[in-house]
Design a protein around this ligand. Structure first.
Ligand code: DGL
Length: 264
């Protein structure tokens, strides 16, 4: 069983990608909706929350931890890996690696929360793999609330996306990393605004590809006996189950889902 942690509901884009890639693997998801958004918080606060969230999942008996949130991956992946004695997968490295695979001009844009962009993690990871690469980052703090409100095809959202992408567009990027797990929901708008020639890298999908390789070599991650007979592939816990969070969760998963409340 794999534990997936996120600041809120955006990590369900990762759950969807994982369910497609690994239909037999049992998952437990924790979204810290009571304290989200994390994107404007300090690295210290993000680390403290992430450690509590991970402890909750470890208490459920997970065998590996997946940090679905780019913000948590940017600020707390090392702390989680050293605190817990199990494999920890973060969301930044797979997207960074995939961007280098698909980019021809090595001019890579990154969209993310303020905390992700300020951590400098994407340029560090990408340039560690290829020092020739040029990386340009844009913090897009308004996009998470717009997705959470379900404002996906509104003219206001289109204008804000365009404004955030402008500094990346003038740098003539050929690849753009969606460095926040809410952004895949806005993929079509982002693609239209950045231009059809720019390749989008969905870090949720990149993470799913990496995990698929892990599971292939480690059959113990496949559904535990404790869950046999349970048709739910993923149990979803939220720290606040207000109707709006359940609505966004359903929107991202593309269906009505049952949500449990977690007390951290
Ligand atoms: N889930 C976060 C990420 O992927 C963004 C949401 C937040 O700010 O809490 O970066």
């Amino acid at each position: 069983m794999i534990g997936i942690l996120d600041s809120g509901t955006g990590g369900l884009t990762v759950v969807r990608a994982l369910m497609e890639a690994l239909p037999r693997v049992q998952m437990v998801y924790l979204g810290d909706t009571a304290r989200a958004p994390y994107g404007g918080k300090s690295p210290e606060t993000i680390k403290a929350y992430a450690l509590q969230n991970a402890a909750f999942l470890v208490g459920k008996g997970v065998r590996a931890l997946v940090i679905a949130c780019n913000t948590v991956s940017s600020c707390a992946a090392g702390d989680l890996a050293s605190r817990f004695d199990l494999p920890v997968f973060e969301a930044v490295s797979p997207g960074a690696g995939q961007a280098l695979e698909v980019s021809r001009k090595l001019r890579i844009g990154v969209m993310g929360t303020r905390a992700t962009v300020e951590s400098g993690i994407y340029p560090r990871k990408i340039q560690a793999l290829n020092p020739e690469a040029k990386v340009f980052c844009a913090a897009c703090p308004l996009l998470v609330p717009l997705v959470e409100e379900g404002w996906l095809n509104r003219p206001e959202t289109n204008r804000i996306v365009k404004k955030y992408l402008h500094p990346l567009k003038v740098r003539q990027i050929d690849t753009l990393i969606l460095g926040c797990n809410h952004y895949p929901v806005l993929k079509k708008t982002i693609q239209r605004k950045i231009g059809m020639r720019v390749k989008l890298v969905d870090s949720a999908r990149a993470l799913a590809v990496r995990l698929k390789a892990l599971v292939a070599g480690n059959p113990e991650y496949i559904t535990d006996a404790e869950y046999s007979g349970n048709r739910e592939t993923c149990r979803i816990y939220l720290t606040d189950t207000a109707a709006r969070f359940r609505k966004t969760a359903g929107l991202i998963m593309g269906k009505d889902i049952s949500v449990r409340r977690a007390d951290i």
